[in-house]
Design a protein around this ligand. Structure first.
Ligand SMILES: Cc1cc2nc3c(=O)[nH]c(=O)nc-3n(C[C@H](O)[C@H](O)[C@H](O)COP(=O)(O)OP(=O)(O)OC[C@H]3O[C@@H](n4cnc5c(N)ncnc54)[C@H](O)[C@@H]3O)c2cc1C
Length: 473
């Protein structure tokens, strides 16, 4: 580690938020030290080389959308945006009761873009189920951010029932969508978080999904590191930060677990709540107590992510999702052999995620692989006879902070009461759900606050007829 005073800023954590923030600070001319506890950067969006197959494996498959606007802007800056493989059609393929349903990507004026997909929904729901959405749709079209936040005290299941949404529609649409997007069952989900997703779904159109065509880390870790080094900064790995030191009302230094201290005229804590909370608590600064308390309210969604290597094409779509079923293991599936730009050597490389209550941590790898294969066969029958060459199962205890009731209001801003001390991570109050986009927005907000510039894009808002219906503040 270099001499204490040689950096303009210190960033704790080298995930998306920490590296994006450090890159933005370097672009503004600051030398930045990034301190990362693990042996390699990337955090919850990292990848590494699998020794058995020579494939770069991700911690778990990640998807982006055209709504990841801040994230994509940074990839543009890093010169890696071309490594996103976009899917124009269909928006998503659903597997429901062994049948494929293609949801089209429609860019009509919102909310009219929902109409072409109504027949798809009506293959599974009755007219009465569709009509049971009238009140929630009206509330979503009228809601602005203030009204949305006011719902944070309720859980989403109670909210939907109170507005008359039918049980069948709740099971078929709402449980599937909210588990996939918000990583939490409806009864534990903040109605405010559910409302945000629904009103943006109704009020924006033309969005589609994309997938990293390279290992996740390759999207940003090398290019961010290069940008940081170009301004005499460095990314230090194996550097576990114990606490931040505050004197008067300003941050002074960070202390590592091995006892070393690094002077920090400006410090960004780019950590998830379950790491930021204890670190700030060890700082023993009374002004930070409300932040530590807020951090304690966040629970991470567990994930089990599985990868299966097959010796032949199994005929799977590039990307599909299973409609919610409590007996299921996995939610979203990808054939990386059809996504990655340098196709891995096997003919099919299937990756998938089991989320929240469906992520069975007690199961052995063999059980997870067997069930995953059964679910895969329903979408791609050739997987029954293809030879399984290799499998990996990743268990992630806390993948993404869940938006439980009350937490939307507790999401902190990037500024803290301590001068020079900032936060930047997916759980910050960014106007979007916890994700790589939220991490990127938090990074831009923190870097902008430090250098005194507007670096963050405005949060997404409804437009078209939907925008006209929205209540003004
Ligand atoms: C399996 C999985 C699937 C996901 N799918 C998607 C998806 O499809 N789309 C999407 O947008 N998002 C997805 N996410 C979420 C996304 O990965 C995260 O929101 C994002 O990466 C968070 O970045 P971050 O920088 O805020 O935090 P992190 O990535 O957690 O970075 C924090 C870093 O700080 C380090 N650290 C912790 N404590 C200390 C300490 N005391 N000192 C020093 N360093 C420390 C950690 O090791 C870590 O590297 C997924 C996440 C997982 C795990």
């Amino acid at each position: 580690m270099q001499a204490p005073s040689s950096f303009d800023a210190v960033v704790v954590g080298a995930g998306v938020a920490g590296l994006f923030c450090a890159t933005a600070l370097a672009d503004a001319g600051l030398s930045v030290a990034v301190l990362e506890a693990r042996g390699s950067p990337g955090g919850r969006a990292r990848s590494w080389m699998d020794a058995n197959t020579g494939t770069e494996v991700d911690i778990g498959p990640h998807v982006v959308s055209t709504e990841h606007r801040q994230f994509l802007r940074m990839l543009e800056r890093l010169g890696t945006r071309e490594h996103i493989a976009w899917q124009d059609e269909p928006l998503i393929e659903l597997l429901d009761a062994k049948q494929h349903l293609a949801v089209a990507n429609v860019d009509w004026m919102p909310p009219l873009h929902g109409l072409p997909n109504l027949p798809v929904a009506l293959r599974r729901l009755g007219i009465a189920d569709a009509l049971s959405h009238v009140r929630v749709a009206w509330q979503a079209l009228r809601a602005n951010v203030r009204r949305q936040r006011a719902l944070d005290t309720q859980d989403a299941l109670h909210w939907l029932r109170s507005l008359g949404v039918s049980e069948r529609a709740i099971a078929w649409f709402w449980r599937s969508a909210m588990l996939a997007v918000l990583n939490v069952p409806l009864e534990q989900c903040s109605a405010a978080a559910a409302m945000r997703i629904f009103r943006l779904m109704l009020g924006r159109s033309g969005y589609h999904f994309g997938f990293p065509a390279v290992g996740l880390s390759q999207l940003y870790v090398p290019a961010c590191t290069k940008a940081i080094r170009s301004r005499r900064g460095e990314v230090f790995t194996g550097a576990l930060v114990h606490s931040v030191q505050v004197r008067g009302d300003a941050v002074r230094a960070v202390r590592l677990r091995d006892g070393r201290c690094l002077a920090a005229p400006v410090c960004v804590v780019a950590l998830p709540p379950w790491h930021a909370g204890p670190l700030l608590a060890r700082s023993a600064e009374p002004a930070l107590a409300p932040l530590q308390q807020a951090a304690r309210a966040f629970v991470g969604a567990p994930y089990v992510s599985t990868m299966l290597w097959f010796d032949r094409p199994v005929g799977a779509p590039r990307f599909w999702a299973r409609v919610w079923n409590p007996q299921d293991l996995n939610t979203d599936f990808y054939d990386l052999a059809r996504i990655r730009s340098r196709a891995p050597s096997p003919a099919s490389l299937i990756a998938c995620n089991a989320i929240g209550p469906n992520a069975r941590f007690a199961w052995t790898d063999a059980q997870v692989v067997a069930r995953t294969r059964e679910e895969l066969v329903e979408a791609a029958p050739a997987a029954a006879t293809g030879r399984l060459l290799h499998a990996r199962v990743h268990r992630i205890r806390a993948a993404i902070p869940q938006p439980r009731p009350g937490t939307e209001t507790l999401r902190p801003g990037v500024r803290t009461p301590v001068r020079g001390l900032f936060l930047a991570s997916d759980w910050c109050d960014t106007g979007v759900p916890c994700s790589m986009e939220s991490a990127a927005r938090a990074a831009a907000l923190a870097a902008g606050g430090i250098v005194g510039a507007t670096l963050a894009l405005p949060p997404p808002e409804t437009y078209g007829f939907a925008g006209l219906l929205r209540e003004r503040n």
